[in-house]
Design a protein around this ligand. Sequence first.
Ligand code: PLP
Length: 355
Amino acid sequence: MRQATVYIDREALQYNLNRVKQLAPTAQIVSMVKANAYGHGVKDCLTALSGTDAFGVACLEEALEIRELGYQQPITLIEGIFSEDEMQVVVENNIECVVHHQQQLDWLRTYKNAYIGKNLKVWVKLNSGMNRLGFKVPEIIAVINSLKAEGFTCVLAMHFANADAENHPLNEQQKNQFLQVKQACAPVMASCCNSAAIYKWPELNFDFVRPGIMLYGASPFADKSVHDLDLKPVMTFTAEIIALNHIQAGESVGYGSTFSAEKEMDLAIVSIGYGDGYPRAFPKQNYVAINGQQTRVIGRVAMDMIAIDVTGLDAKIGTEVELWGKNRLVDDVAEANGTIGYELLCRLSARPRRK
Ligand SMILES: Cc1ncc(COP(=O)(O)O)c(C=O)c1O
């Protein structure tokens, strides 16, 4: 049987959740489990996230999956509902909505009594310069104040466009607008911190923090590793060696013959490829780990196979190769691929088995 495997370390997930608690001790934690828990498998992850206060997802289908698995914590739809008919399902299943445009406000008001009766919070989204979702200042102040007057419990919500960047001018603008609205609508609950912001601005943790990537043990920052952040990688992605070759200087490997051996070498073929979600294009040299030791990937990644340099290594048919995990960080694979860890984690295919 093909041995491509995604291992999920639930203890690491719990460890990372505790890191959020240390960094934001007074805030409630909305664990972001959208996109199938960033590709980790929502079912497996929820069992380790019992210490969270709430969950954040991107659509009703993801919220209902959590309810079907039997979890009763609050759930926030971070983009709100997409059509009026979703409102009834939201109320029936105790799901909380972000509202970011007028139609969503109208839909919410149609179900006002049921929504308020179930103590569901309305997350009112501020557009402070990211220009994806939300009401701008001063409109949002009127929106929140009228929702409050109607009896709704509101959370002022915002998302930073550059929380991972040092000294980006938009950060100050976003912070200032958020604080301005918070003051103008006081008292109102507030939430603006994703993983990067949790680390950088403890003073902005307020009532709810919304960690995503840090829970899964990948870094939100290009210049800080998970070790620097004291996080543990949750996912280990492995495959096995299925063939060994010895080649001479000048011989090539794989599609396009893009790699030519500089000298005599041993190579191993590993049963993993872009059909599993392993990226194909590597503008920079990529590596895998064998027995904790990194070695280079050579030639092109194919749909089902890659070649790696095993010269001088203890490599046999069946030896396990770590594509990413604790010895080869997903963020480093992403960097070689010209992307971010988030994308690699989310875009794994259904083919690797899960453990
Ligand atoms: C509204 C919102 N909050 C929080 C997060 C979590 O961000 P991160 O994974 O960077 O912690 C996201 C992720 O995209 C988001 O869209």
